[in-house]
Design a protein. Structure first.
Length: 478
């Protein structure tokens, strides 16, 4: 037979405790497993389900709205009720507080000044000695199960779910995605209550406990449960961090025109040959996107660029990425389709421009127009375009390289003078002088539509030109 559990009504009916109900009478059947005195701000943080808060008023707000929220937080945390000591330190109890307690069936009790809180605590402790013994036995089983923490985190959570008769899952607080979960139980009661606890090792990672009616996990066990789950989550979290670092590192190399062997461990070569795209998202959303991609273990490359966060993805996984970004409420701009990873810089440029043009209201915007790769279809054509447009500026001479960098920065910044000067660390007068030298050497003026179009094309073709090996210097230094 199940051991009878003390209720709030039992506490009130114990004459020696001299305690009466002020509000929340309909909730006096709530179970009480422990009583604890707490005068700290926000006592709901320190007490758990079926525990009775005892206070002489230091933690009780003085204003009506504050008292409403006080009751609301205690009830949400699952407390059995609150005992108010009738002392001069207790602020006046407002009708709002009593009304909130009645609405929630949350017992608010008043204890006479001569009744020590220790008497209430001892009464409850004596009545729950058997329950505490059961908790200690369950704690012993918890640490037996914890041997799975380093070998099989998924099985660990499944075993803990069975032990506590509660649903357990570990979520990433940044993205809301599930990192670790046990096997789904065969049947779940219609009404469950979820509570989230930050893990000791990383407060951004949370353990979500789904409790069934009458089977809440007490705070005594929660403390130990968090420690075990924290250890069990460490390996999956390390794997997620390694995926993020590898994806960013490989993407950076690919954008530089280098294709490391490591790329094959992330991307499927056949998928890439079938077509890939690059998506750009705002830099501010980059960390969330990177974490989400790593948690889902999608075969994508993701990392920051200068003005956007980029994701290189096989076209076959376009739907997966779009669904993920929609779930995260992150807008994106997508490039056209490419088949050669050496064109990734072009794809990134397209995606960034689409993102800028899309505006804040677009969830996903696709590139419309002629892909950059169509404009430079071969290495020979790339060389021809660069040499024809830049002339001597395509060489390795330091002065020419400085002018070329100035030109490309100006074009990349959409002819914004102040931003370009700031990026280069020079004055506007120096920028004007350099652009004048570019005009004198190339015969093209960036202020004209024709000149800008030619320089833009050379700027886009430059990475491929470098990748294929540049020609000897052309002309002399200015």
């Amino acid at each position: 037979m199940e051991q009878a559990v003390l209720t709030v009504e039992d506490v009130v009916n114990t004459g020696s405790l001299n305690t009466r109900v002020l509000a929340g009478t309909a909730g006096v059947e709530r179970k009480v497993l422990w009583a604890h005195s707490c005068e700290m701000h926000d006592p709901a943080r320190w007490l758990g389900p079926h525990e009775l808060l005892m206070t002489i008023g230091h933690c009780v707000p003085a204003d009506a709205q504050g008292q409403r929220e006080f009751v609301s937080k205690l009830d949400t945390a699952g407390l059995a009720g609150v005992v108010l000591g009738d002392h001069e330190t207790l602020p006046p109890i407002t009708p709002d507080m009593l009304e909130e307690a009645d609405a929630r069936d949350f017992p608010v009790l008043l204890t006479a000044a001569e009744t020590p809180f220790a008497a209430i605590a001892r009464t409850i402790a004596a009545a729950t000695a058997t329950t505490q013994t059961m908790q200690v036995l369950k704690l012993s089983k918890l640490y037996q199960v914890s041997t799975l923490a380093h070998t099989d985190p998924g099985q660990l959570l499944s075993s803990l779910q069975t032990l506590f008769r509660a649903g357990l899952r570990v979520i990433d607080g940044t993205t809301g995605l599930t990192i670790l979960s046990g096997e789904a139980p065969g049947s779940v009661p219609a009404s469950t209550r979820e509570r989230a606890y930050p893990l000791p090792g990383d407060p951004t990672i949370k353990l979500v406990v789904s409790e069934y009616p009458g089977e809440e996990v007490g705070s005594f066990l929660v403390v130990h449960l968090l420690q075990v789950v924290d250890v069990g989550s460490s390996r999956p979290l390390r794997t997620i961090r390694r995926r993020m670092e590898r994806a960013a590192r490989v993407l950076g190399l690919v954008l530089e025109g280098k294709i490391p062997p490591e790329a094959d461990t992330v991307l499927n070569a056949d998928d890439i040959r079938a077509g890939y795209q690059v998506a750009a998202v705002p830099l501010a959303d980059g960390d969330r996107v990177a974490r989400a991609v790593a948690i889902r273990n999608l075969p994508l490359l993701a990392g920051p660029d200068r003005n956007a966060f980029l994701i290189l993805f096989p076209a076959a996984h376009r739907h997966d990425l779009r669904a993920l970004l929609k779930q995260l409420s992150v807008r994106a701009g997508s490039s056209s389709s490419f088949t050669d990873l050496r064109d990734s810089k072009f794809a990134a440029s397209e995606a960034a421009k689409v993102l800028d043009a899309g505006g804040p209201s677009h969830e996903w915007s696709d590139f419309e127009g002629v892909p950059i790769s169509f404009l430079t279809r071969s290495r020979q054509e790339t060389h021809a375009i660069v040499r024809q447009v830049l002339g001597p500026l395509a060489g390795t001479d330091k002065k020419h390289a400085m002018l070329r960098e100035t030109l490309f920065t100006f074009v990349a910044n959409d002819r914004q003078w102040q931003k370009t000067a700031s990026d280069l660390g020079i004055h506007r007068q120096s920028l004007a002088y350099r652009l004048a030298r570019v005009r004198d050497i190339t015969g093209r003026d960036v202020s004209t539509s024709g000149g800008l179009a030619a320089f833009w094309l050379a700027h886009q073709a430059w990475p491929a030109y470098l990748d294929s090996g540049r020609s000897p210097d052309i002309g002399a230094a200015p």
